[in-house]
Ligand binder design. Sequence first.
Ligand SMILES: NC(=O)c1ccc[n+]([C@@H]2O[C@H](COP(=O)([O-])OP(=O)(O)OC[C@H]3O[C@@H](n4cnc5c(N)ncnc54)[C@H](O)[C@@H]3O)[C@@H](O)[C@H]2O)c1
Length: 338
Amino acid sequence: MSKKIANLVLVGAGRMGSHHAENVAFKMANANLFGVLDMNLDGAKALAEKLGCEYATDSQEEIANHPDVDGVIIASPARFHASISKYFIEHGKSVFCEKPAGLTLAEIEDVSAAAKKAGVAYQIGFNRRWDRAFADAKAAINAGNIGEPQQLRSLTRDPGPWGGDPFKIPTWTIFYETLIHDFDTLLWLNEGAKVTEVRAMADALVRPDAKGHGHLDVATVTLRFDNGAMAVAEANFCAMYGYDVRAEVLGSKGMVQMGDVRKANMTLFNQNGAEDATWRMDSHIFAEGYTAQIRAFVEAILTGEQTGPNGNDAHRALAVALACIESVQSNQPVATDI
Ligand SMILES: NC(=O)c1ccc[n+]([C@@H]2O[C@H](COP(=O)([O-])OP(=O)(O)OC[C@H]3O[C@@H](n4cnc5c(N)ncnc54)[C@H](O)[C@@H]3O)[C@@H](O)[C@H]2O)c1
């Protein structure tokens, strides 16, 4: 494409979508927030107005057929991701889709095939890859600085007190929506290796009252890779001390650690001892990474070269999540070829 500015439309003007749209509207010289689409038209209008964008709609068809739209950023609830992605891709639009890209392997395969056929970008919102610490760690691993990876870990702890409604959240959300980030991180950091075994345990320790409803809010997963490496992924919906996302890879020659729950390089010392402020919001801890991933999507549209995570990455991370679900249900390890 010889264009210098990509026209993007946000699909899903909720919490995450608003953040993406604000980034496009105010932080990118080579992208324009062309419009906001939400099935709730009032929500679309409110966000568009706030961001100084004139076009708000509740019609997918209108956006898909608009010749000036280059790409869409999909931040609707997960159950709609694959069908909305496919619809826009088949209309020749590039798609950035929040994770998970779909809830079945078949639908992700379907969307990936459509993107290949249409020759458009299809990037998934695995934003940790764009965080500076995670990107530096990956570069160090690729440079051989820690030797062969032997043990990896990745964790996600949402800040407490947890305000979600456990009776409204689908049972396997902790795997589909939370740990999916950790699975992508582990697969990416141990590039080239296949996952041969997955074991998972999960429980409702934050809201035990909702356990009978199928709610799960704490999980620990182990992965075995075919290069011998072992990995642990953990998630917890309620860390009272803050939003905590970290990872580590120990190799034959050294170790890399990434992520820090401390918000700033400042410690307060007083009569109580020493105190560090901690992160409380994903949009704060990953502010830089969220912007960088959308920049990469814009570059993919303008240059035709995609560098960000694609449908294959989404497929692998989802395959691990599905193996976890099987493992929890059977209380057994699951043999995999991922
Ligand atoms: N990468 C991350 O760190 C991260 C963080 C938070 C959320 N997310 C992902 O972002 C997505 C959205 O999460 P959220 O917290 O913003 O949700 P939300 O409920 O705040 O917003 C969803 C929005 O989508 C709209 N919507 C629903 N169905 C739609 C449809 N068919 N077409 C268009 N719009 C539709 C809703 O009206 C709402 O405005 C989820 O997939 C979630 O997993 C990612």
